[in-house]
Write a protein that binds this ligand. Structure first.
Ligand SMILES: Cc1ncc(COP(=O)(O)O)c(C=O)c1O
Length: 373
């Protein structure tokens, strides 16, 4: 089927760009001598994860237990659940751990580790647990110099039914770097704080099987990963307008767009309205620190050429685009097709049920997205 014949809005995956992104990141992991554990929350799709895994055996990270279940059913047996565990999810995590070769969870909370040990003991199972470290993002995790960075690993190591899997961090603050120098400094500090902590734990007699870091911006910037054993990144598989503005990739690497139709044209206000609103694009802000007018995505023509327009305003199913150029406005009649390169591909993908797989000008396949919790 041709792209222009698809119903709108639809999610379009440029399969050749996606494969290239997968190959390049796998090669990067190899050259930096670390295992790549892709975060599959970006795509939530078995076909894409299989492409990412070709040539590496580091397992995957998931963001929901529903994803864990789905990927396990489809043959992925080494899974890390990437959101801190809480008591309401113990039973499901234990069930998943029993069915997997390796299922790891993470925590930054001593009381949770203690109660997880009790739950695991009750089920006669041993669980792999990472301690989550805050390397500067300040979302979750123990600060690297806090006493808990030693106390919680020790508590886990000494527990009857928990295995200390190692330390893990995510430098989400890298998304707000204002320059390549600042991004490199964040990437180095993510690496250095984790390798120093791993050494400190080893000096205290604690084994640290895995030192896990990763975000797409820091992985694009880092020069060497001495002291790190695993890196996890997700967004790189599609990239997006945010990453291209930040410099993690070029605009030609971006593999995911939303096909949309013009549903209204207003010459007096110099704008068009398309049928891709917040529920097709997500309402995520872009790299506003670097491009304050980034809006909610860049507007491309059907062939993928940038029209130098932005989605300026969004409501649930309407996207408003200001069009200053009269000739472009004349061309964009109601019914015209456009493609939107959204700011944050992970959130855009999560709005949809399927990828329409684009190879050249043809839609060649349709792949399921496993949403929900
Ligand atoms: C815990 C964790 N690890 C890894 C990642 C991957 O980051 P990115 O999508 O920037 O590659 C994320 C993303 O939010 C995350 O939350």
């Amino acid at each position: 089927m041709l792209l222009e014949n698809l119903k709108t809005p639809s999610l379009i995956l440029n399969v050749n760009r996606m494969k290239r992104n997968a190959e390049q990141m796998a090669a990067r992991a190899e050259s930096l001598n670390v295992r790549l554990r892709p975060h599959v929350k970006t795509h939530k799709c078995v076909e894409i994860a299989k492409i990412q895994m070709a040539g590496n055996a580091g397992g995957i990270m998931v963001s929901t237990l529903a994803e864990a279940e789905h990927f396990l059913k489809n043959g992925f047996t080494d899974i890390t659940y990437g959101v801190p565990i809480e008591t309401g999810k113990f039973a499901e995590a234990i069930r998943l751990a029993k069915a997997s070769e390796r299922f790891s969870v993470l925590t930054d909370d001593a009381a949770t580790a203690e109660s997880l040990n009790e739950a695991a003991r009750g089920e006669n199972i041993n669980l792999d647990v990472f301690v989550k470290i805050d390397c500067g993002y300040h979302r979750c995790g123990v600060e690297p110099h806090a006493p808990e960075t030693i106390a919680i690993p020790r508590l886990i190591t000494d527990s009857s039914n928990l295995n200390f899997a190692g330390i893990l961090t995510h430098a989400g603050h890298s998304y707000h770097a204002r320059s390549p120098e600042e991004l490199l400094a964040i990437a180095r500090s993510e690496r250095d704080s984790m390798s120093a902590l791993a050494q400190q734990l080893k000096d205290k007699g604690l084994g640290v099987p895995t030192v896990s870091i990763g975000s797409t911006p820091t992985m694009s910037a880092i020069d060497n990963l001495d002291g790190i054993t695993e890196f996890r990144c997700g967004n790189y598989i599609f990239y997006d307008a945010f990453q291209a503005t930040l410099g993690s990739c070029s605009f030609d690497d971006c593999a995911l767009t939303v096909l949309t139709a013009v549903i209204h044209r207003d010459f007096s206000r110099g704008k068009i309205v398309v049928d891709a609103g917040a529920i097709a694009l997500s309402k995520d802000h872009g790299a506003v620190e670097l491009d304050e007018n980034c809006g909610y995505g860049r507007v491309l023509d059907l062939a993928g050429n940038d029209l130098n327009l932005r989605v300026n305003r969004l409501s649930q199913e309407h996207g408003e685009i200001e069009v200053g150029d009269e000739a472009i406005l004349q061309r964009l009649k109601v019914g015209s097709r456009l493609r939107i390169l959204a700011n944050h591909s992970c959130l855009t993908a999560a709005q949809h049920s399927h990828y329409h797989v684009l190879d050249g000008e043809q839609i060649v396949d349709c792949w399921e997205i496993r949403r929900g919790w």
